[in-house]
Write a protein that binds this ligand. Structure first.
Ligand code: SAH
Length: 405
């Protein structure tokens, strides 16, 4: 590993509960569960974890600055983590996506962090551009090697590096790497366009949220398309308007994008315009509202036949869980008030700290309090290119309710 100085192997022992958790396949070892370490560790090096009988338990990436001190790469029998092992791991991850998408979908996730056994690392494809996003500094000293690996197995015109905010200072200082830096290939001369189920979208891969687009909502967008015919649709927290273009293609009478960000709405308008070749999109009445969704939904008197409520995470940490549940109840209650007869509520949450059951129950409870008759149409969780392999990785959940009167 090029930028890591060769030292004796870093060896750790962890507390009994952590041992059980790691053995069960959980990918995180927290700093406070380490009970013994042979020397100071360097971010990015391999840490070998031994059990209480001094037997090999797991090997992972050490991160000296994160409370998640080790992210597990392999558990079970002792294993050399060498070039061949990395190659095989990447081939396996790519193979998991085989057959998921046809030529009409050129934007999807190739590597989804821990749940694909690449802890803290995401790789998205947007047409011929790859976006590599890092959530732990442990990958920074390994970047050249990972890049070579990706280039060898996945063809692309360029690879863009994105860094989660907490890594940006360290990456600039110690590795001369910036968020949005192009690691390989030439910058794109125009906006980056990709397709999703035949709909064209732009993605702001250099600066946009996540890696530039909310690829994780693809299946829900498709579902909304099937429900939208003839309806007046409100897409709250619209971001770049993904749900809206699908609703329009599905025959919505009108679509309104509501977001607090002018920048997001500009992108939403461009995405709507990009698809004017589709007759139903061209025929759909389209407008945007820039406002705080909580305020606006409370004040407006307009009725809608389908409302998508997909807010940003309302609980950034575990202590915010209860407040977030109350906020979901309030938001969905306001949404239900705006629904016309036979209206459909599509209620989403991307808060990992609010469980799927808690969120669905909160929405059902709110629907019951409205005293309107409703049926549950369906609920959805993670799409196959964003698998959730452990509890903390389950962030996405969406429930569909139809109100009869
Ligand atoms: N539904 C989107 C993703 C939502 S991301 C999609 O499928 O692509 C969350 C969006 O909520 C962002 O665009 C952000 O600008 C917006 N937002 C955050 N707080 C808001 C608020 N109080 N009112 C309206 N929009 C808000």
């Amino acid at each position: 590993m090029s930028k890591l100085a060769a030292k004796s192997r870093l060896r750790l022992r962890v507390k009994a509960t952590a041992e059980t958790i790691v053995r069960s396949g959980h990918p995180w070892v927290f700093a406070d569960s380490i009970r013994d370490q042979n020397r100071e560790g360097q971010t990015g090096e391999l840490a070998v974890i031994y059990d209480r009988n001094d037997k090999f338990l797991a090997v992972g990436l050490f991160d000296a600055d994160s409370p998640i001190r080790v992210r597990i790469l392999h558990t079970g029998k002792p294993q050399a983590i060498d070039a061949e092992w990395w190659q095989a791991r990447l081939s396996h991850t790519i193979a998991r996506r085989a057959g998921l998408f046809d030529a009409r979908t050129t934007g999807y996730r190739l590597i989804h962090g821990e749940s694909d056994s690449w802890p803290g690392l995401v790789l998205d494809r947007y047409d011929t551009t790859l976006v590599l996003k890092l959530y732990t500094a442990a990958w920074l000293p390994r970047l050249d090697e990972i890049l070579a690996l990706i280039k060898a197995q996945i063809s692309s015109e360029r690879i863009v590096l994105r860094l989660s905010r907490n890594l940006q200072t360290l990456a600039a200082k110690d590795f001369q790497k910036q968020d949005g830096q192009i690691l390989f290939g030439a910058p794109s001369e125009s906006a980056l366009i990709f397709s999703e189920n035949g709909i064209r979208f732009e993605a702001d891969v250099l600066r946009g949220q996540k890696t530039g687009f909310f690829l994780d909502q693809r299946e829900n967008r498709r579902e909304v398309e099937t429900l939208a015919a003839g309806r007046r649709v409100l897409n709250a927290f619209s971001f770049s308007g993904g749900f809206s273009v699908y609703a329009a293609r599905g025959g919505a009478k009108s679509v309104t994008d509501l977001d607090i960000s002018a920048h997001a709405l500009e992108s939403a308008k461009r995405n709507f315009t990009l698809n004017q070749n589709l007759p139903t999109v061209a025929a759909c009445h389209y407008d945007t509202v820039q406002a705080d969704a909580f305020d606006w939904i409370q004040k407006t008197t307009t009725k809608y036949d389908l409302i998508v409520l997909d807010p940003p995470s309302l609980a950034k940490r575990a202590s915010e869980r209860e407040g977030a549940i109350r906020a979901y109840e309030r938001l969905n209650s306001l949404g239900i008030n705006l629904l016309a007869r036979d209206g459909i509520l599509v209620a989403g949450s991307c808060s990992a700290h609010v469980s799927t059951a808690e969120f669905f129950d909160a929405v059902r409870r709110t629907a019951m309090k409205s005293r309107r008759k409703f049926t549950e149409i369906k609920s959805m969780q993670h799409p196959p290119d964003h698998p959730a392999g452990f509890k903390e990785a389950e962030y996405l959940k969406v429930i569909y309710l139809k109100f009869a009167e």
